[in-house]
Design a protein around this ligand. Structure first.
Ligand code: NAP
Length: 243
C-alpha cells in the first residue's frame, strides 16, 4: 500500500465528527492535510465531516480515513493508533479534541461518582493514554515537525460548581499538557494547549439561552459565541508552524 503520509502531512483528530473537532478537521484540510477522523458513536456525522473535509481539500492526494474508537477504552485507543499507522503510514499531528460534558449538570453536593468516573476516563484518561501510545510511535519514527495538541477549556481554571467533574478533568488535562511538553521536548515533538471559552456546539446547545444572555451582558470581550472554525484556525496555525 502506498502511504499517504509520504505525500501529505497527516493529522489524527479525535472527536472529529462534530463540533470543534470537525472545525479543526476542515481547517486542516484547507491547509492541505490528510486526516484520520475519529468518532465514537455517530457514524453519519463522521461521514459528513469527511465529506466537508473533501470539499475544502486543496490537493488531490489528500485522504480522509474514518475510524470509530471510544477514547476512554484502552482497546479502542490501541486499534485507533494501529489503524492510523497501517492505513495512513503514521501521523504527523495528534489533536486530542474529543470530550464530553456531564449528562446532567449537578451541584457538587449531589453529583454522582458514576458521572465523575465517566468524565475523567474520557476527558483526561483518554487523551493522556492516547498521547502515550502516539508519542512512543512518533519517537520511533523520528520525523521532523511532529506535534500534539490538547483541547482543554476555560474550565481548567474557572470553577463551575454544577460541573465539578468536567472542571477537574480539564484542570488535569492542562497538567497533562505540561507533562507531555516537558517529556517530549527532547524528542523535538511540539506539545500545545488550546483552551477554548464558550463555543457554539452540540455540547453547549442545552445552555444556549443562558449563555446568550450572559454574552449580551459582556461575559466575554468579543460579545459573541466562539465557533468551531475559530478553534480550527488556531490549531492550523500551530501545526503549520511545525510542519
Ligand atoms: P461536541 O459538539 O459534543 O462533540 C464531541 C465530539 O467528541 C464528537 O465528535 C463525539 O463523537 C466525540 N466523542 C465524545 N466522546 C468520545 C469518546 N469517548 N471517544 C471518541 N470520541 C468521542 O463537543 P465540542 O463542544 O465540539 O467539544 C470538543 C472539545 O472541546 C471537548 O474536549 C470539550 O470539552 C472542549 N471544549 C468545548 C467548549 C464548548 O463550549 N463547546 C469549550 C471549551 C472546550 P460522536 O459524534 O461519535 O458522538
Amino acid at each position: 500500500m502506498q502511504q499517504i503520509r509520504d505525500k501529505r502531512p497527516v493529522a489524527l483528530v479525535t472527536g472529529a465528527s462534530r463540533g470543534i473537532g470537525r472545525g479543526i478537521a476542515e481547517e486542516l484540510s484547507a491547509g492541505g492535510w490528510s486526516l484520520v477522523i475519529n468518532y465514537c458513536g455517530n457514524e453519519k456525522a463522521a461521514e459528513e465531516s469527511a465529506a466537508a473535509c473533501q470539499v475544502r481539500a486543496i490537493h488531490e492526494g489528500q485522504r480522509f480515513i474514518i475510524v470509530q474508537a471510544d477514547i476512554s477504552r484502552a482497546v479502542d485507543r490501541e486499534r485507533l493508533v494501529e489503524t492510523a499507522w497501517t492505513q495512513a503510514g503514521g501521523i504527523d499531528a495528534l489533536v486530542n479534541n474529543a470530550g464530553i460534558a456531564p449528562k446532567q449538570r449537578a451541584d457538587i453536593l449531589e453529583a454522582s461518582e458514576t458521572s465523575f468516573n465517566e468524565i475523567i476516563n474520557t476527558n483526561l484518561g483518554g487523551p493522556y493514554f492516547l498521547t502515550q501510545l502516539v508519542a512512543r510511535r512518533m519517537i520511533a519514527d523520528a520525523r521532523k515537525g511532529q506535534s500534539i495538541v490538547f483541547i482543554t477549556s476555560v474550565s481548567a481554571e474557572t470553577a463551575s460548581i454544577n460541573r465539578g467533574d468536567y472542571c477537574l478533568s480539564k484542570a488535569g488535562l492542562a497538567m497533562a499538557v505540561k507533562l507531555w511538553a516537558t517529556r517530549l521536548a527532547a524528542e523535538d515533538i511540539g506539545v500545545y494547549e488550546v483552551r477554548p471559552g464558550i463555543m457554539a456546539t452540540d455540547m453547549t446547545s442545552a445552555v444556549k439561552e443562558k449563555y446568550d444572555a450572559l454574552i449580551a451582558e459582556g461575559l466575554v470581550p468579543q460579545k459573541r459565541w466562539g465557533t468551531a472554525a475559530d478553534v480550527g484556525r488556531a490549531v492550523r496555525s500551530l501545526l503549520e508552524g511545525d510542519w
